[in-house]
Ligand binder design. Sequence first.
Ligand code: TYM
Length: 327
Amino acid sequence: MTNQKILFSGIQPTGEIHLGNYLGALKNWVDLQNKYSCYYSIVDLHAITIDYEPKNYQEKILDTAMDLLAIGLNPKKSVLFVQSRVPEHTELCWLFNTLIPIAELERMTQFKDKSQEHKKNINAGLFDYPVLQAADILLYHGQVVPVGEDQLQHLELANKIVRKFNNKFGEYFKEVEPVISSGARIMSLADPAKKMSKSLGPAHYISINDTPDVIKKKVMKAVTDTGEAKEMSPGVKNLLRLLELLTDSKTFQKYQKVYDNKSIRYSDLKTELADAIIKHLKPIQEKKKELMKDKNKVQKILDTGAKKARRVAQKNIVEIKKRMGLM
Ligand code: TYM
């Protein structure tokens, strides 16, 4: 147990978890619980870098926790906690801020994209977002980090911080290793040139809490093509990828084959896919309903998680500060 590598990953409590989050990262979170010593954080401090509603924020955080437990995170195996309950994250973020040139942060594509999206609220926290992310992981000496493809640049930045720190203060942190799944880049249903994301609007994503009716409607409306394109269009590619990830290989191969011999009917593909999504999400949605009946229990899980995480964080931050000459 003690020799196990440390895994760290996080998700923002920005509302509903969608199939991109689930297939890109969270499914891996569940699978990797038996292999590593895992810390999973609901990163509430990251999510306030864009506009949010303070009044229902605690509810959103609790809802995200219930979604994660419903998907299969097991608090007996993993530490599940809310980021702001462990103040050492922000402390380490500040320490790392003194190591990373702002030019590195200016290169971050997520910062550029979000600045475009939220022109009226380009705050310093949004700019510093990847440094807090590096602090999240390295506070626990996390090495294994399951994420979607969009996070790779942030993990490269974390490794720059590792190298800077080790150069300046002596070998201490190990570089982080991303774990990328085959669902690492799920695209929007309505605009398959963009990655699936809540900020694009409900037609673009499927939430893990969507009802069967809503799932059917969204999938049936998904963008495909007229069947005349020489290469597979991004929309069809995305639907086939989703089918591959959510159904058995025989069904997937059947659709791949009819696509290859040009006899595919996209309405059949969509019906098959909608059914596969509904079937896959059913047990998750049932578990969520159960959890909603006992929110106190979920709150307790988060309290215990924060305590466990903080114990490790407090120990490690002392060591880091000593190395930096602060103690
Ligand atoms: P967040 O909440 O935006 O996303 C959570 C996870 O979902 C993945 N993801 C996707 N994967 C495939 N296709 C998509 N369309 C898609 N959309 C989202 C993201 O890559 C992510 O893995 N910055 C992180 C949160 C974070 C974090 C950390 C992660 C904060 N600290 C430390 C790892 C380690 C984020 O994007 O969360």
